[in-house]
Ligand binder design. Structure first.
Ligand code: PLP
Length: 391
């Protein structure tokens, strides 16, 4: 069975009523027949039928054993970090999601957990960084915002040879394009806020484990710490997943067309998109994923933050906003938005140039999107010409 069909039919028909849409069990508790004798549900923090259905669907999509849903992507990441103890070390991808950086550095370091940031797109480098204390390797692939790719299979074998767990933040690719657990990773996390939900209308997170034993540990932490996903938001994510494969297919088509357009534009210096042959990690992306996703980044020939800020304010279809993975196209300027808290030198050295612009390519007709970007880039050129004339 093909992935799209499998995904749709992994969503069960309600066994009680035959409802084809998963019911929303908006309840805090469940009546018991005798103490401890119930239908598998006793209290809704511990377990809720709507959330459980979502957890099973995402576990299937990721080829894992156990799914565990949280109130945000960061709550999901937090649960994985709680597997560690004081004295343990993490090796994390150097251009990690800013919120994960904040959590690792400003929350967990004070509990005695050390984090080393490494360019994991060069897997060999990991050998030099692993110590006897390293317990967890944390990668994102593609990364944000320069879309670097790490070799999941190779890194999984390095991790396991050193008795470490490998966790992959699979938010950017989504299980429609990449299944890290099948490539050897132990855990996958998602900000379901992005492609899984897909409509920019909720905040949610999911952890999926390959082995049930590790799943039980995360499930314990979900109940013990309590950052669960609500029944209604669980239902919204399920509804989003119904069109995941269809949406992602079109996101990929649109993103590639836009990346090619930008690559040929005289005002653009570098385009970052793993689907372009010019991308340094294109070969590994082609092997480990079934597509290249909907995020495209680029820099301007004149690498100035002011020009980039002007560009992101002048598109009409691309709306200026943080986040990604929704049906409507978004544009942002990471140096002054998502990455503003990172010191300038550190930001530049991790490859985020002053004029870097990130697109979350949506599901509009790609020709309209190209026209929108073309006009905005044209305005920049025109303004520079006017400036020259008055100078
Ligand atoms: C958005 C995002 C997160 C955080 O998820 P929230 O749902 O906003 O808490 C984590 N990782 C990546 C790659 C993200 O894009």
């Amino acid at each position: 069975m093909k992935a799209t069909t499998k995904a749709l039919h992994s969503i069960p028909v309600d066994p009680l009523t035959g409802a084809i849409s998963v019911p929303i069990y908006q309840t805090s508790t469940f009546v018991q027949e005798a103490p401890g004798q119930h239908k598998g549900f006793d209290y809704a923090r511990t377990n809720n039928p709507t959330r459980q259905t979502l957890e099973e669907i995402v576990a299937q999509l990721e080829n894992g054993s156990t799914g565990i849903a949280f109130g945000s992507g960061l709550a999901a990441i937090d649960a994985v970090l709680k597997l560690l103890k004081s004295g343990d070390e993490i090796i994390a991808v150097d251009d990690i999601y800013g919120g994960a950086f904040r959590l690792f550095t400003h929350v967990y370091e004070k509990f005695g957990i050390k984090v080393k940031y490494v360019d994991t797109s060069n897997a060999e480098k990991l050998f030099d960084e692993i110590t006897p204390q390293t317990r967890l390797i944390w990668i994102e692939t593609p990364t944000n915002p320069t879309l670097k790719i790490s070799d999941i299979k190779t890194i999984a074998s390095i991790a396991h040879a050193s008795n470490c767990l490998l966790c992959v933040d699979n938010t950017f690719a989504s299980p429609a394009l990449q299944q890290p657990l099948s490539l050897g990773a132990d855990l996958v996390v998602h900000s379901a806020t992005k492609y899984l939900g897909g409509h920019s209308d909720l905040i949610a997170g999911v952890v999926v484990t390959r082995e049930p034993e590790l799943g039980a540990k995360i499930k314990f932490l979900q109940n013990a710490s309590g950052a669960i996903l609500s029944p209604f938001d669980s239902w919204l994510v399920i509804r989003g997943i119904e069109t995941l494969h269809l949406r992602v297919k079109q996101h990929c088509i649109n993103a590639l067309e836009i990346a090619r357009f930008l690559e040929s534009h005289p005002a653009v210096r570098t385009v970052y998109y793993p689907g372009l042959a010019s991308h340094p990690n294109h070969a590994i992306a082609a092997v480990q994923s079934q597509g290249y996703g909907g995020v495209v980044s680029f820099t301007l020939c004149r690498d100035e933050a002011k020009l980039a800020a002007q560009l992101v304010s002048s598109t009409r279809l691309f709306k200026l906003a943080e986040s990604l993975g929704g049906v409507k196209s978004l544009i942002c300027h990471p140096p002054s938005m998502t990455h503003a808290s990172i010191p300038v030198e550190k930001r530049r050295s991790s490859g985020v140039a002053d004029s870097l612009i990130r697109l979350s390519v949506g599901l509009e007709d790609y020709q309209d999107l190209i026209d929108d970007l073309g006009e905005a880039l044209g305005l920049l050129a025109q303004e520079r010409f006017e400036l020259k004339k008055t100078a």
